[in-house]
Design a protein around this ligand. Structure first.
Ligand code: FES
Ligand code: FES
Length: 140
């Protein structure tokens, strides 16, 4: 029971006190927004990253309209990606989240939402940057 409790405390902690809930200004050029949904249950997750000049994720916020496991997964993801490069963040697998949070198989798609959301945020950020003129890219 002690071991089981230790597992469960992790997910309960992210569920009861989710980290980094909120929003970043969507139109800022250094912000990428990922918005994804789970067809199975209709839950929706928004995850936003702010990227500094070194290409490092300096801030992360999320809003999840979904089950406890989806909220815990996004909370975990925000802590996990802060300080990472975009390439590193894009490689995080939902299986890692599921393992860390002790999600049962039926809740795997909840952690998948977090993986989809960070990838979608990275894509949005990159698309935004590639549409900028060179002077805007330089932050002018
Ligand atoms: Fe551990 Fe639900 S609290 S899987
Ligand atoms: Fe669908 Fe958790 S995201 S039940």
């Amino acid at each position: 029971p002690v071991l089981v409790r230790a597992y469960h405390e992790k997910v309960i902690s992210h569920y009861e006190r989710p980290r980094n809930v909120g929003s970043l200004p969507k139109n800022d050029i250094d912000v990428g927004t990922g918005l994804v949904g789970a067809p199975a249950c209709g839950d929706v997750m928004k995850l936003q990253i702010r990227v500094n000049e070194q290409g490092i994720i300096s801030d992360v916020k999320f809003k999840t309209f979904g089950c406890g496991s989806a909220i815990a997964s996004s909370s975990y993801m925000t802590e996990r990606v802060k300080g990472l490069s975009l390439d590193e963040a894009g490689k995080i697998k939902n299986t890692e989240i599921a393992k860390e949070l002790c999600l049962p198989p039926v809740k795997l798609h909840c952690s998948m939402l977090a993986e989809d959301a960070i990838r979608s945020a990275i894509r949005d950020y990159r698309a935004k940057r590639s549409n900028l003129s060179p002077s805007q890219q330089a932050g002018v």
